[in-house]
Design a protein around this ligand. Sequence first.
Ligand code: PBG
Length: 336
Amino acid sequence: MIPASNLPELPGFPVSRLRRLRRTAALRRLVSDVVVRPAELVLPMFVREGVSEPVPISSMPGVVQHSQESLVKAAVAAVEAGVGGLMLFGVPASKDARGSGADDPDGVLNVALRRLRAELGDDTVLMADLCLDEFTEHGHCGVLAADGSVDNDATLQRYAAMALAQAEAGAHLLGTSGMMDGQVGAVRAALDAAGSSDTGILGYAPKYASAFYGPFREAVNSSLQGDRRTYQQDASRTVAEALAEVALDVAEGADLVMVKPALPYLDVLRAVADASPVPVAAYQISGEYAMIEAAAERGWLDRDRAVVETLTSIKRAGASLILTYWAAEFANKELT
Ligand code: PBG
């Protein structure tokens, strides 16, 4: 420790003082660059078959599995709050090996889509998760081959059937989240052949095998044993693989692509946003939600500031739109 009297003299005052523009809230507002708009937020929602009241999801405080009735009410409220879209997930009462509920017009997700479309028309963008894991008894995103592996091409047939059911039910955008090779092309071809060329595709590319999907398993009553590493991406790969996934989805007809999860992959998001010819979404997933809610519950961080900071970071990294479980609540708040 050098005694203060022995410190060398400072060479005059700093020439640049970046603190000047941080001094008042008005100055900070004046020069702020990245502001998230409510219309860029999409609310993911769960609808469960056979319940008359919403069922709380314990690992996602504030998020519920809706009944058909409560779903409509909550969706209307979210749209009134100003959110840009809704992403729907179905939780069927019974599951089987091929996920039959997924393409059944009377399946929980398709019924909900039809009701919401009738209620909301084109006032909001209605999106549907196009994947089998919510509907299969084994919890995988596709159908299984005899050896227990996920059968890519047999799954594409199921996705095509599911796409037709969702388009017929009124979804504007289908979120191809299963990470099967060729899924966007298969869905696009099926839609076009059925005359649904106006139904768009939100390609989940890149999508990583992530621990942060944890709470989602509870949200959809998933019985998944094992993991999804044979089809979702490995976090240790370079961004080049992510760009290859994006290029394929775009070539196959994706109208938007989505990076997922968001916060642990902001570098990937930036690279995709720089390279993608189509708009780029990011999904702040269940585990990202849960960790902030849990820490806030313990008084360990300021919840609202943490939420706005993460949303701002995701937008700064290049997302044009953000799927977040906080969409409806924060559409009503000052997002700076
Ligand atoms: C697949 C799908 C998942 C999520 C969205 N679509 C689960 C998975 O890939 O394991 C996760 C969303 C979240 O965790 O919030 N149907």
